[in-house]
Design a protein around this ligand. Structure first.
Ligand code: MG
Length: 337
């Protein structure tokens, strides 16, 4: 197998601001793995929050990974395990390779990834549409632009977040999810979540900093809105620690190293009684469509970044009345525009 990669600067319509980070590096790395006349496409979007990974680091992994790929793309679980062991601090790089291998194998077999994985494409969930932190005026403008989406994810974790949510709820009947991105303290979270109940909030994502399981448990015992871990749910290894702490987890391919581990996480979470969301970083339609291939297994999806980009180089999943529609073409099904 031959692997190559290049970086690409993704542009968003608005600067994407969340509680724990300002303007982030919006470069993705697009990968190609060629074998037997077919080319598998992958995308890595590294986050400085996880292992301080950068596009340069991804390119370094791609340059060194050659022999570990082997000459048979089908045992993806084994290949990804080898690469993870060799590069434990490059989750997005591994995810990009995992995605490219799934795409390649689907193309070699002539079937979409969901079919390779025995999943029913009719069972995809609806995705939320994310509104990042901004002034209330700009957030209300974004709300106007989001009219066609029945589920909104609102980023909070700033001083006036109650005011923000009130202004949004006053202007929409949509389902609202709230993501604090580690922005609150434990007591602050309890107070704010209880105050948020009046606004009919579906779930609260990652209220406090990662690793404070006691804090999460205390919040859960003193509030009524379901809690979801994101920064606290990276791979399957974290999930047993979250028992009793949260009702659901957010899985992102770029945190967990791709579809192989995401599948493991989905089934583990379900066995622990937790619901699952498939989420994303600032990614193009390529890796979003890869994640969407697993969405028939999950209750929630937040695969909306393509809706927020102005220069998405790929076309793949579609969103109709909020519901994710998977492409029927072989592999991941993302096509370069
Ligand atoms: Mg989140």
């Amino acid at each position: 197998m031959k692997i190559s990669a290049e970086t690409f600067q993704l542009e968003t319509k608005y600067p994407f601001v969340i509680a724990r980070a300002g303007a982030a590096d919006q470069r993705s790395v697009f990968l190609e793995i060629a074998h037997d006349g077919k080319v598998g496409l992958g995308e890595a979007h590294p986050s400085s929050y996880y292992y301080n990974e950068t596009p340069e680091k991804v390119l370094e992994v791609v340059a060194k990974v050659g022999d570990l790929l082997g000459d048979d793309p089908f045992p993806i679980v084994d290949i990804v395990a080898r690469i993870t062991e060799a590069f434990p601090d490059a989750p997005a790089a591994v995810a990009g390779i995992d995605i490219a291998l799934h795409d390649l194998c689907g193309k070699l077999l002539g079937v979409p990834v969901y079919k390779m994985l025995a999943l029913n494409p009719a069972n995809t969930p609806r995705t939320s549409y994310t509104i990042g932190i901004d002034t209330i005026d700009v957030m209300l403008k974004k709300l106007e632009e989001a009219r066609e989406y029945p589920i909104l994810k609102i980023k909070v974790g700033v001083d006036n977040d109650m005011e923000m949510i009130r202004a949004i709820r006053d202007n929409t009947d949509a389902i609202i999810r709230v993501d604090a991105n580690t922005g609150w303290g434990v007591d602050e979270a309890i107070e704010k979540i209880n105050a948020l109940e009046q606004f009919d909030i579906e779930l609260i994502e990652q209220p406090i900093k990662a690793g404070d399981y006691e804090g999460l448990r205390k919040i859960r015992q003193n509030t009524n809105i379901p809690l979801m871990a994101d920064e606290d749910s990276i791979t399957t290894a974290e999930l047993p620690k979250l028992i009793g702490c949260v009702d659901a987890i957010n899985i992102k391919l770029m945190k967990c190293r791709g579809l192989c581990e995401a599948l493991r996480m989905i089934h583990t979470a379900h066995s622990l009684g937790m619901d699952v969301m498939l989420g994303c970083m600032t990614e193009s339609s390529l890796s979003l469509t890869a994640a969407a291939q697993l969405s028939p297994l999950t209750k929630y999806a937040d695969l909306d970044m393509n809706l927020l980009l102005t220069n998405d180089p790929y076309e793949g999943l579609k969103v109709v009345d909020g519901k994710i529609i998977l492409p029927e073409s072989p592999g991941v099904g993302a096509i370069r525009r």
